[in-house]
Design a protein. Structure first.
Lengths: 371, 488
């Protein structure tokens, strides 16, 4: 007994008092100031394939959520406000937005997307072209593909190019998504990114202990690069894989762009089109490892089958399962989707080996949880 | 006097940290994130062991060791009344992954099938491969310095199967709560005695929950025993895992799944039974540590939250229906005997509020007798439709089919908890363990939102927790909101 107490007294000062709420880099499903939908996929010709998101305000005060849709090269295509009364919940079918131009009717009275603008939005998210930008801003695909961010802001008139002046810091939002694919669905929580610390007015650069922030590359003042106070995302993940006749996995990967996703110039979104992994290793069910992978990098968001050449090859053991160690070297998020015929589909957040404040893992370093 | 000195020292050190919190360290928070953990919780499983596998509802889970060192995962299957009915060990070589189909357990008496009949697929004698890079090279199967000296022996011949009689016992316990015989030390109660002396609820499928802990040896002890904490449990955050619930319905089959609940040891590391201070005000296994009064936080596992905000939709043009998978901390400690488990069958809920899409709220209608309106008590794990107005408040008159629920699942406390009423009836504050008027610590819970629409649209998502397990639980009737941030 005496020994135990002595140990407690000696050991306690070594540990930081870090167990307070809203006081860590861990990405948990708790009320947040920014929500990330890492990947959406919408068939503009049919409702059979679409992405649904639902936003929820768990505070008694009204808030405004600014929704921004980005191409898979990180070009911001369109944004719109969603006013949420206290305790409000608002569903958004991205088919309604991207195919019909219908925005959710809220007290922000945003109206709908004008037909001429809608055509541009559709073009940007499918063929990577837009009348507003002569350069290519995204990959070509038959459906509208990209990602979305949802931020707490101070006005219904928030603009992407001037995000910081309207960004707020209240951790009050939650949300989830469903991906509908013809005869099956999968889904999960949006990525909940908290402001640390929370609170304060828009445009006020409060201090934060975060070493990096989610939006730091967009912050206009180089002396206040962490002014968004958003938790950073991790860089190294362990994602389970499966490639059997009955069940196979795909991986949805979101990565932070290298640039801010401008039309052209040094910050052009094309810089975000081919970002390599810092390290990638595949383990089978007998712990055999394979390394390597295709020379091409990937964009900001995409979905990749387990046998994709961007990953190391399957081992010759014949094992159907295993897991991938993927170190992107920057902020990332990964979701493992599994599908088996006829209609078995699930989705789960991949394990992050540390959080966004963990020191980055070096290439070829011993794979393991980050310190 | 000694206690007072300790309290003073604790309060003093806390105030220093509060002035200058180091808040962004890895592995140093109460937040439950999908990061390598020392304990994994499968909050709910359901297995139809009576049907052929091709048509049987079942639950699969997979455990991965993301470290280069070998690890032992200690799996415990609990009934929905919190009775630990089966434990088994999985030996994981560095970077190993092992899947478990609970249909195998309940219908075939198989744990982890290996290369031959009765042989486990996991063993300390498994061959370790030679990999192409040093960074991907697993250590030898004896390289974990935390393993007990007997691990090489007891983990060498792990059973891949167990006896048919045990399987029948498990089938009966997980569907009726009544054991076949006295093998567990709990004799079958006489017919007609109702719920007394039962160990679980009555349901056609086997229903319960599972815990998976990092352990120092392959052992049959359970987390409900004090010896588990002094000699078996380890503290390395190295495990990750996911689950799938399979519902075969021919061409209308569907599945739901997600990550297991990843519960970290804070701080991590150290040998089994080591006494290391933690900043956690209480821990996940708190209720089983009463036999260790000098260190009720010995498991160092993060606590789970108490208040949640799951979304629901029941009806509408797409015919979506929502159910919640709810896990709740029991009120029994390690001293529970057979007749006690019925107390975990109906654990109280502090508050439930339903919001529709227009923010109209409903609560339970007050009962005829003057008493606070409250939801029905629940067992420790269950899957329940959000349209069930016995457990959740009624729908509003607006006609909205969607909205969200505020669930404060705090059970009101238990004397098995480390922070409770101490003689002569003084409540304690869970964050400081000082006398207070606010009372007991809250209980721990987890909620998963399942959505389904015919024919085969099915999704599942972790419900939002309004704070973490270190956040003070709201009082009944308090303003509904994210948990307050107690930082300066």
């Amino acid at each position: 007994m005496r020994t135990a107490l002595a140990l407690l007294l000696l050991a306690a000062p070594l540990f930081a008092a870090t167990t307070n709420n809203d006081d860590s880099c861990d990405i948990a499903v708790q009320p947040a100031a920014t929500l990330l939908l890492p990947y959406f996929d919408v068939d503009l010709k049919s409702r059979a394939a679409t992405t649904l998101i639902t936003l929820q305000n768990v505070s008694p005060k009204a808030v405004i959520a600014n929704v921004t849709l980005w191409t898979d090269w990180g070009f911001p295509v369109v944004n719109f406000p969603v006013h949420l009364t206290g305790y409000d919940v608002q569903g958004i079918n991205l088919y309604d937005v991207l195919a019909l131009g219908n925005l959710p009717p809220t007290e922000c009275h945003a109206g709908n997307i004008a037909p001429s603008v809608l055509a541009d939005v559709q073009s940007a998210l499918t063929v990577g072209g837009s009348s507003a930008c002569k350069s290519t801003i995204g990959f070509f695909h038959l459906r509208a593909v990209g990602y979305a961010t949802i931020d707490v802001v101070s006005t219904c008139a928030a603009k992407n190019g001037d995000l910081f002046s309207t960004l707020l810091y209240d951790n009050v939002l939650t949300g989830d998504y469903q991906q509908i694919q013809n005869d099956h669905a999968s889904g999960g929580p949006l990525v909940h990114i908290r402001a640390i610390p929370e609170g304060g007015a828009a445009g006020v650069a409060g201090a934060t202990q975060l070493p990096h922030t989610f939006y730091e590359r967009f912050m206009p003042d180089p002396l206040a690069q962490h002014a968004d106070r958003r938790q950073p995302l991790p860089s190294a993940f362990a994602a389970r894989t499966l490639s059997s006749d009955a069940l196979s996995s795909t991986l949805k990967i979101w990565r932070e762009g290298i640039t801010t996703g401008a039309c052209s110039g040094a910050q052009a979104s094309s810089s975000n089109s081919s970002m390599p992994f810092a390290d990638a290793v595949r383990f089978d069910e007998h712990e055999n490892a394979t390394v390597g992978g295709g020379p091409l990098g990937i964009g900001v968001t995409g979905v990749y089958p387990n046998r994709s050449t961007i990953f190391p090859p399957l081992s010759p053991s014949g094992d159907a399962g295993g897991w991938l160690y993927l170190n992107t070297g920057g902020q990332s998020w990964m979701t493992v989707a599994m599908f088996g015929a006829p209609t078995y589909a699930t989705e789960a957040t991949a394990t992050a080996l540390g959080n966004g404040c963990s020191p980055p893992a070096a290439k070829n370093a011993q794979i393991g949880p980050l310190p | 006097m000694r206690v007072s000195a300790f309290l003073l020292a604790f309060l003093f050190t806390t105030s220093i940290f509060a002035a200058n919190p180091t808040t962004t360290s890895n592995d140093d928070s109460c937040d439950i994130a999908v990061q390598p953990a020392a304990t994994l919780l499968l909050p709910y499983f359901e297995v139809d062991f009576k049907s052929p596998q091709s048509t049987a509802v079942t639950t699969l889970f997979t455990v991965t060791n993301v470290s280069n060192q070998p690890q032992i995962a200690h799996v415990t299957l609990w009934t929905d009344w919190g009775f630990p009915a089966l434990t088994f060990s999985i030996f994981l070589t560095g970077y190993d992954v092992q899947g478990i189909n609970l249909y195998d357990v309940f219908a075939r008496a198989i744990i982890a099938p290996g290369s031959g009949p009765g042989v486990s697929g996991t063993s300390i004698t498994t061959t370790v491969p030679v990999n192409p890079t040093s960074g991907s090279q697993p250590g030898s199967n004896t390289s974990n310095p935390r393993f007990l000296s007997n691990a090489a022996t007891v983990c060498a011949n792990l059973p891949g199967v167990f006896t048919p009689s045990l399987m029948v016992d498990l089938q009966q316990i997980f569907t009726t709560g009544i054991p076949v015989d006295n093998a567990y030390g709990c004799p079958p109660p006489p017919p007609g005695t109702g719920a007394a002396d039962r160990l679980g609820g009555v349901h056609s499928n086997a229903i319960g929950y599972a815990t998976i802990d990092v352990a120092a040896t392959c052992s049959v002890s359970t987390p409900a025993q004090s010896a588990y904490y002094t000699g078996v449990l380890l503290y390395d955050n190295v495990l990750t895992g996911d689950y799938q619930q399979i519902v075969p319905r021919s061409d209308k089959s569907y599945a739901q799944g997600g990550p297991l609940v990843h519960i970290r040891a804070i701080p991590e590391g150290g040998a089994a039974g080591s006494l290391v201070a933690t900043n956690l005000p209480y821990t996940f296994y708190d209720r089983y540590t009463a036999g260790l009064p000098s260190n009720r936080n010995i498991d160092r596992r993060q606590p789970l939250p108490s208040a949640f905000a799951p979304r629901f939709i029941n009806g509408g043009p797409n015919g979506f229906n929502t159910s919640l998978k709810i896990w709740r901390e029991g009120i029994l400690g390690s001293d529970a005997v057979c007749k006690d488990f019925v107390r975990n069958s109906a654990v109280p809920v502090v508050e439930a509020v339903r919001f529709d899409e227009h923010e109209n709220a409903t609560i339970f209608v007050p009962p005829p007798i003057l008493a606070p309106p409250q939801p029905l008590p629940t067992p420790l794990t269950m899957s329940v439709s959000t349209a069930n107005t016995s457990f959740f408040p009624p729908f509003t008159a607006s006609g909205d089919v969607g909205g969200w629920l505020y669930l404060n699942l705090n059970n009101g406390g238990s004397n098995a908890y480390s922070v409770s009423i101490v003689p002569p009836g003084i409540p304690r504050d869970f964050r400081t363990n000082t006398s207070t008027t606010t009372g007991l610590r809250q209980s721990q819970n987890w909620v998963i939102t399942s959505m389904f629409a015919e024919p085969t649209y099915a999704t599942e998502a972790t419900a939002l927790a309004l704070g973490n397990g270190c956040s003070p639980s709201p009082k009944a009737g308090a303003q509904i909101a994210p948990a307050p941030n107690p930082n300066p």
